[in-house]
Design a protein around this ligand. Structure first.
Ligand SMILES: [Ca+2]
Ligand SMILES: [Ca+2]
Length: 217
């Protein structure tokens, strides 16, 4: 995933990261900074390099990938999202996505919604709130059904478990992260979420991920 992100950003954005007028491919930014700061104007250079107040009205599609860790059971899942995110104002975005994560015995898939409050800057820390609703797969004890559920050659041994479709899973989560605008269209994001599940605190998870979004006006 990281390799894919690097290749996509490098091929589409060239050297935008190094330019102080980084978002000239966005019409509003380009109009604002049509005349760039002069060579010695360090304050002007800094302003045009960090200003992202033009983002209001941008909408984009994104892919994200991450790892979900449950400290209590030490289980790890991997997965990602395919979604859309839009700037309601230059400090507020809303997003919606198809989301899926899979582990050895567990997993879930469904719809994810959220909003994020961020600074209108090129590097933008943010705090958000989100919710997931969908189907989940889990494990349960299976030492009475006459079957070797875990394939270890023993039938109904003590503690034998099997994978089951648990049914509905609902999660709310606080989120912290940061964005980096590569140019006027592409934005990289890292985020961390704490999943508070409907199945009790022992089922809570940490999710750490990265997101690549392509915006258009
Ligand atoms: Ca067995
Ligand atoms: Ca069994």
């Amino acid at each position: 995933m990281r390799f894919l992100v690097i290749v996509l950003v490098a091929s589409s954005c060239g050297c935008s990261l190094l330019r102080s007028r980084y978002a000239m491919d966005d019409p509003m930014y380009a109009e604002k900074y049509a005349v760039g700061a002069e060579r010695g104007d360090l304050l002007g250079k800094a302003k045009q390099a960090f200003d992202a107040r033009h983002t209001q009205g941008l909408g984009g599609v994104y892919v994200s990938g991450g790892a979900q860790v449950r400290p209590y059971t030490r289980s790890v899942m991997g997965g990602g999202e395919l979604g859309a995110e839009g700037y309601v104002t230059n400090w507020l975005t809303t997003r919606a996505a198809l989301s899926g994560y899979l582990g050895k015995d567990e997993g879930f898939a469904g719809l994810d919604f959220g909003f994020r409050l961020q600074s209108p800057t090129r590097i933008a820390p943010f705090a958000g709130l989100g919710t997931f609703h969908g189907a989940s797969r889990g494990v349960e004890l299976a030492h009475w059904d006459g079957a070797d559920n875990d394939g270890d050659g023993l039938i109904d041994e003590y503690g034998e478990k099997k994978s089951t479709l648990d049914g509905w899973l609902s999660v709310i989560y606080p989120e912290l992260g940061a964005h980096l605008w590569v140019d006027g269209n592409w934005r990289l994001t890292t985020f961390g979420r704490y999943f508070v599940t409907s199945e009790g605190r022992k089922q809570d998870d940490w999710l750490l991920g990265m997101q690549l979004t392509c915006f258009r006006r």
